[in-house]
Design a protein around this ligand. Structure first.
Ligand code: GLN
Length: 545
């Protein structure tokens, strides 16, 4: 029988529920259990694919092409359980399928209601995720939002029923709250008491409490919290602010024996813990020397979550290359306005520091495109390492066409449908697509890498699989002129029909890929292209003697 752990949050959002859930998953995996992570999102969108990155942060893409919440990215970075579309449950999906069943007459004339029909659908989806892999031991289900939100109620009710039906020994409630500090450094427990009360009103008594606090809570405070929230003593933990990295959180919880308490409550015999990868990751963190500054030239710069996996992958690459990576976030529309791009990117301005490498991440729509092209041209001509991801690769092709081949109007048809040089154009499969949701080229697929290229040397393999999320592609009719003028086309789909990677000739490291390698990067195993990009930046900055 599977064991279930429900993770809820209280007091306010952004307490790190996803990181707490993932860290617990990492600890249980470290003890040899097979863990699967599930996210329940109370929003009415069917998936995150139609939401602006400004609204909800990045869209995380799974191998099977689901466009999900960025928390799945956290799960992928901390745990190794397989993630697919069943791991992301939204109110939109739940209502969509209940309404479809109602239209098909499958409720046999009954009045269709939130309880039991919506809650049953939620439970069925959680159980389906649990059954996806036969060897799953523990399913960790994170419920988005904060207890008390109207939207979360059906999910909490479904959790209550599942806990009741499986029995306390098989299902656990872990609640994350905030212990704020008020003037004079005093820590306040009252919001936590209220938050647990709100859970109790939903019929759930949390079994384990994780308190987000500025510092480790002392024994007296933890006892007081346990007493007033009806918790067993020893079941109150602290997620204190670490000044290192979020990837230290599994070790922070391990030191407090969170995993042991959870396993005991679930009636599971503990096993030997192997956390070696996490300890060596922390050693790499401590032994980094020197800094490199990476200019991320994109559109959605004001919200860190918009490019979450890209930023995390750069950090992982820094661990692998023993160097600290500073992120310099540059709104590409600002580069459009400047006539002094060299000064801005090399030496920096009051707002933007100078950079050692440029990364252009994925994006949609016309705004800021010419600023990205300028940044690419600057990196190409000044021999500054450049990494283009999806849109960033298309930008490389546009720069090459305009500035090397001299086709001034060259563009993607996403931005200019009338260009005489549509060097990036709509994928053939997209021509008749009308719906926006879930209709791009999505998910994992194979690329074949050409020998003696940078992409091949990064992966060390001829055939790789990475994930996609795009509608436009390199226009095949220009392959001849591009390669004759020196641009290297270095990876293709197995049937040869789509270009997956381009590289600049005679350049320290200038490479763009149509796929998104950031989704598979982990702190314990950096994505190969991110690793090699940062190594190139580091070596250019600190040439080996
Ligand atoms: N807008 C481009 C396309 O659809 C790039 C997409 C992306 O960067 N994810 O092809």
């Amino acid at each position: 029988m599977n064991k279930y752990i429900f993770i809820t949050g209280g007091v306010c959002s952004s307490l790190g529920k996803g990181v707490a859930a993932s860290s617990l998953g990492a600890l249980l995996e470290g003890r040899g259990f097979n863990v699967r992570m599930v996210k329940c999102d109370p929003y009415i969108n069917v998936d995150a694919g139609t939401m602006s990155p400004y609204q909800h942060g990045e869209v995380y893409v799974t191998d099977d092409g689901a466009e999900t919440d960025l928390d799945l990215g956290n799960y992928a970075r901390f745990t190794s359980g397989h993630l697919s579309r069943v791991n992301s449950i939204t109110t939109g999906q739940v209502y969509d399928s209940v309404i479809r069943k109602e239209r098909e007459g499958r409720y046999l004339g009954r009045c269709v209601q939130v309880i039991p029909h919506i809650t049953d659908e939620i439970k069925a989806r959680i159980l389906a995720a649990a059954r996806e892999d036969a060897d799953t031991d523990v399913v960790i289900i994170e419920i988005g939002g904060t207890v008390g939100d109207i939207e979360s109620i059906p999910f909490l009710e479904a959790a209550r029923q599942l806990i009741h039906e499986s029995g306390k020994i098989n299902a656990l409630s872990v609640h994350l709250t905030l212990i704020p500090e008020v003037s004079g450094g005093e820590l306040k427990t009252k919001p936590t008491q209220h938050s647990v009360k709100a859970m109790q009103e939903q019929g759930i008594q949390p079994d384990v409490l994780i308190c987000r606090a500025p510092v480790m809570l002392d024994e007296t405070t933890r006892r007081k919290i346990a007493l007033f929230t009806n918790m067993e003593s020893g079941a109150v933990f602290t997620s204190y602010n670490v000044d290192t990295t979020i990837y230290e959180i599994p070790l922070v919880f391990f030191d407090q024996k969170l995993d042991q308490v959870v396993l005991k409550k679930l009636g599971v015999e503990s096993r030997h813990a192997n956390l070696k990868p996490w300890y060596s990751m922390m050693e790499s963190f401590q032994s980094r020397k020197g800094k490199v500054r990476i200019g991320i030239v994109g559109k959605y710069m004001d919200l860190h979550d918009s490019y979450k996996s890209v930023y995390e992958a750069l950090f992982h690459a820094g661990l692998a290359c023993a160097v600290e990576v500073d992120l310099v976030k540059i709104d590409s529309s600002r580069l459009e306005e400047t006539d002094h791009i060299d000064a801005v990117l090399k030496r920096g301005t009051a707002e933007v520091s100078g950079v050692d490498g440029i990364l252009v991440p994925g994006g949609f729509g016309q705004r800021g495109i010419n600023g990205m092209v300028k940044a690419a041209a600057w990196a190409r001509t000044n021999k500054i390492p450049y990494f283009g991801i999806c849109l960033g690769m298309q930008i490389m092709v546009i720069d090459w066409s305009r500035n090397v081949l001299g086709w001034e109007d060259a563009d993607s048809t996403e931005f200019n449908q009338d260009t005489k040089h549509p060097v990036i154009s709509l994928l053939e499969t997209q021509v008749n697509v009308k719906d926006y949701g879930g209709t791009m080229r999505l998910g994992g697929s194979e690329s074949v890498l050409e020998p003696e290229t940078r992409v091949f040397s990064a992966y060390g393999d001829k055939v790789i699989s990475e994930r996609h999320r795009h509608r436009y592609e390199f226009s095949n009719k220009y392959r001849g002129e591009m390669t004759e003028s020196g641009l290297r086309l270095t990876a293709f789909t197995p049937d040869g029909s789509l270009v997956e990677c381009v590289e600049w000739p005679d350049h320290p490291w200038g490479l763009g890929v149509q796929f998104h390698p950031e989704f598979k990067s982990k702190p314990t195993a950096a994505a190969p292209l991110f690793r090699d990009f940062i190594a190139a930046v580091r070596d250019k900055k600190q040439p080996a003697d």
